[in-house]
Design a protein around this ligand. Structure first.
Ligand SMILES: Cc1cc2nc3c(=O)[nH]c(=O)nc-3n(C[C@H](O)[C@H](O)[C@H](O)COP(=O)(O)O)c2cc1C
Length: 173
């Protein structure tokens, strides 16, 4: 399958999951895709909490309403002490790095047929408490994971993308 076909037709935000655990080897392949992701100065500040037990998923459900009964999730964070900082304006690269890592994992999951949903709507304070995040660890994204339920379908939003003319300018803005 070529990349664009996978990105358009295979990857979508899955919000219904089969009652089936995610095998360790499958999860490790997805994590490996995150490991090889590029990060600013190759600093690799990402830190990932793999949540794979029903108890863990229950704890996570206390931090976000978007767990969809899935069997697993990855809480993608970065270590504030390891991020690249842009010298011109002091902007930290942690969010960008964590987003690239999450995207790599999301697309690897799609290639394997594993459903994912990126969740940004969570209470960071509760995540910090429930999963014992040290002070320098900043949670950015939760990647919900599992085998899609038979009845899982993309939401109507999946096909709604602005045309390139609305989002790209050539030359100057
Ligand atoms: C940064 C980010 C945060 C998101 N947060 C949530 C969320 O909290 N809950 C949810 O159900 N979907 C969330 N999504 C999924 C988006 O709603 C979804 O990607 C978008 O509507 C396009 O649909 P598609 O992924 O099926 O193509 C998030 C996606 C991104 C990239």
């Amino acid at each position: 399958m070529d990349f664009l076909t996978m990105a358009k037709d295979c990857r979508y935000s899955c919000r219904r999951y089969a009652d089936r655990p995610l095998e360790k080897e499958t999860l490790e392949r997805i994590l490996e895709a995150g490991r090889v992701a590029p990060t600013a100065t190759n600093a690799q500040p990402q830190r990932i909490v793999a949540v794979t037990t029903p108890e863990g998923m229950e704890s996570l459900a206390g931090c976000t309403r978007y767990t969809f009964g899935a069997p697993a999730a990855l809480i993608v964070c970065y270590d504030r002490t390891e991020v690249w900082v842009r010298s011109y304006d002091g902007k930290e690269g942690g969010d960008v790095d964590a987003a690239i890592v999450t995207t790599h994992m999301m697309l690897q999951a799609a290639e394997l047929g594993v459903g994912t949903c990126w969740v940004g709507s969570f209470d960071p304070k509760l995540v910090r408490e429930e999963f014992s995040l040290p002070a320098q660890i900043v949670p950015v994204a939760i990647l919900i994971l599992g085998w899609p339920a038979d009845e899982a379908v993309p939401s109507p939003k999946h096909d709604k993308r602005k045309p390139l003319e609305e989002t790209v300018v050539y030359g100057k803005f």
